[in-house]
Design a binder for this molecule. Sequence first.
Ligand code: PLP
Length: 453
Amino acid sequence: MGPFWRSVPLALHLPAHGRGRALAPDLRRLLRQPPGRWDLPELPGFGGPLEPEGTVAEAQRRAAALLGAERCWFGVNGASGLLQAALLALSRPGSRVLLPRNLHRSLLHGCVLGGLEPLLFDLSSDPLTGLWHPPKPRRLERVLAAVAADGGPPPAALVLVDPTYQGLAADLPALVALAHRAGLPVLVDQAHGGGEALAAGADLVVLSVQKSGTGLAQSAALLAQGERVAPAAIERALLWLQTSSPSALLLASAAAAIEHGASTAGRRQRQRAVVRAGRLRRRLEGQGLPLVANGDPLRLVLATAPLGINGLEADTWLLERGVIAELPEPGALTFCLGLNPPRDVEWRLPRQLEALRRALGGPPLPPFAPPPLPLLAAPELPIGVAWRSPAEAIPLEAAAGRVAAAPICPYPPGIPLLVPGERIDPARAGWLLEQQRLWPGQIADTVSVVAGS
Ligand SMILES: Cc1ncc(COP(=O)(O)O)c(C=O)c1O
């Protein structure tokens, strides 16, 4: 066995319950029961996410009230499944949907399922780390003006990702107000947030309760408020996409995590984690390690590029030494401390990051070039058509001029760098080649293009 297994790993990845240390107490109690006791079908009195009465319905009503929503539906296929249901609730086949370039791939899959046209808007990015910035209101204003001017039908909705995986947050109230003024309902992907988008006025919000709460992987919640989206449309879309045998364990996980997060014990737990995270952050900054300023105190984002290190290489190096980060990217490495950070993180992480800098550090990496994308663009071929078309794999070097038949999408974070149906112009082809160098092992030498395109 390699050195990785010789010591207990320093696990700084999701789920945020930290390998069980911070599990919601009700969930912990449930899991102590004999195996399988909790694996129940939709029994009378228990019900399911789409039943108006029963234990699940009551838990959903309580969760909605606690988070400030009018309605809540639990999901058992992650934020992915609920984002797709939300998209299908918002739009009819053939509609356009306004999506940011930092979208999670599940939204793209939702466009395929719903026969929707993604209208992708560009975001600025940080040249030091390559990370996407959340959109500023001025940018959204320009995007909405471009949409209004393009002569197409109005989009069915605007989708925003907030906060980002790295904990970067936008001025949501301003963005939502702009969209509403333009007549667009707003869906916020808060897979990494706690439902704050509701107070900002969002119509639909999707949470992944394992990413910023204390639930199990795959448990998620869809929250709704206001008159712009009919609950019946949401329930219809959930019916289309959800299993008819939702896991009682995952439903209990969503309920328990949301209730715990809003309880005094849950708030104290978070506060304790935030205090410890603050100490750790100050210590790392005291060592001169560059951390990205973000809005989530429990996500530490090391800017590796200024240290001369690619985040994916840093991740491999740390993994070999028992430190498991959450999200490696070319210019940064994100650590998720979770709601009960590991006991030894405060001395072990500073030591390991210092050793990383000494071992791999050098002059800062060159600035990251922004992707050569227009402010607003729709794929030239419908995404579902392109993705199902006869395709050929050609070297990336030869991709200029061809139409993509499959996405290029490093995972994590699952943000597509190329969307099926997009024509790859020479600037994009050059940028993709550069991305291949920056994401070692994550981007193939060949790209799938529509045959004859
Ligand atoms: C921004 C964002 N949205 C949605 C998802 C999907 O969440 P899940 O894995 O719960 O399906 C992810 C997963 O990483 C994500 O980063």
